[in-house]
Design a protein around this ligand. Structure first.
Ligand code: MG
Length: 385
């Protein structure tokens, strides 16, 4: 029986993960859950999965929740609370599915405690990849990718000698705005951006998919997860989302992993690795899907991808700044305060103002993140006034 902690249990990945766990009670059980604000759903999850310890964001939420549940589960909150839940002694594996840079400290706490991590929170790798990979090596913990592209690459590399790997090819659906003109793109509304053609995901990542920033973050994530150079990572637009990514070897052979676009498949693989488990999902019907297309991404229309490549190559605190500025810009776009096409402009401006630190400490990364958020806010306020 594998004992599991789910960080971000009420988010899109958390819900899918609990679905996988609930359908495999002979293999998996839940020992700890962490959620932000959605105490109604968390309460249901507690009643169904009986964790020993849980986390909610604030003291108020913790008090309300405690008075609403019959079980004698321990309820924690605040900065120390999340670390305690993330490093809870009883867990074998921690699913890291908190959205954004907020996932970094809990993920590191899990690794420090020697827990294997099923990583859905790509921002952790983007902003602190060097530290996360170093500490996980030292602690002997496995980082198992949940992100569908990285799960695909991980599967394609299984049993292969790394010296023969030439390239990683990340696929991207291209998002809902792939065929738009520049003018149309300037006027898109948050509601349109939140409609992803193939995947059902949380708000932030759906906007990132529409701007191609998600793919850019995934390039940096892949660099650290698979120990390759950024120059070895290509991105291809593949609107059908059947091939979840590919690897190319020195002899020209390319291996691809295919499947229906459902996060429960990579989640289950990360949890059951190196085994595979059956599920009740519809099989991939290649005949019905018909064609598969691949094309070059348009970085003129979607500059976020290039910004991420550049920040990834520059390294140091640049990726943390890129990510923080993006988080602020996306939030303000969702709030209707800025245009979709201003997202890359704000990020570019913040990056241009940044005095990067090479081989940053955790403290320096957190500082850079904070600084970038302030700068992004300043730029947005200046534009509005
Ligand atoms: Mg992905």
């Amino acid at each position: 029986m594998k004992k599991i902690t789910v960080l971000g249990s009420t988010g899109s990945i958390g819900i899918s993960a609990l679905d996988v766990i609930g359908k495999n009670p002979e293999r998996f059980c839940v020992v700890a859950l962490a959620a932000g604000e959605n105490t109604n759903l968390l309460k249901k999850q507690i009643e169904k999965f009986h964790p020993e310890i849980i986390y909610v964001k604030t003291k108020e939420k913790a008090v309300i929740l405690k008075s609403n549940i019959k079980s004698n589960v321990e309820v924690l909150y605040g900065k120390e609370g999340i670390k305690e839940v993330a490093s809870f002694h009883d867990a074998d594996i921690v699913i890291s599915a908190i959205s954004g840079a907020a996932g970094l400290m809990p993920t590191l706490a899990a690794i420090e405690a020697g827990k294997d991590v099923a990583l859905a929170n790509k921002e952790t790798m983007v902003i602190a990849g060097e530290i996360v990979t170093r500490v996980s090596k030292k602690k002997g913990v496995k980082i198992l990718p949940v992100d569908s592209e990285h799960s695909a690459i991980f599967q394609c590399l299984e049993g292969q000698k790394r010296e023969f790997l030439k390239k990683i090819i990340l696929t991207a659906s291209g998002g809902p705005f792939r065929k738009m003109t520049k003018k149309q793109l300037q006027n898109v509304k948050p509601k349109q951006a939140l409609k992803h053609p193939n995947w059902k995901m949380g708000k932030k990542i759906t906007i990132d998919s529409a701007s191609l920033m998600n793919k850019g973050l995934e390039v940096i994530e892949a660099k650290w997860l698979f120990d390759v150079q950024i120059s070895q990572i290509d991105v291809l637009i593949h609107p059908q989302s059947i091939v979840h990514s590919m690897v190319e070897f020195i002899d020209g052979s390319i291996l691809a992993q295919m499947g229906i676009p459902d996060m429960r498949i990579p989640i289950a693989y990360a949890l059951s690795y190196p085994e595979r488990i059956e599920n009740d999902l519809p099989p991939l019907n290649l005949v019905k899907n018909g064609k598969m297309e691949f094309m070059k991404p348009d970085t003129k229309m979607f500059p976020c991808l290039k910004l991420a490549y550049d920040a990834g190559i520059a390294g140091g605190t640049n990726p943390a700044v890129l990510n923080a500025a993006n988080e602020v810009a996306v939030e303000e776009f969702i709030n209707g305060k800025i245009k979709f096409t201003n997202i890359p402009k704000i990020i570019e401006k913040v990056l241009s103002l940044h005095d990067a630190v090479n081989e940053p400490s955790l403290e320096e990364i957190i500082q850079a993140d904070k600084w970038a958020r302030q700068q992004a806010q300043k730029i947005i306020e200046r534009k509005r006034s």
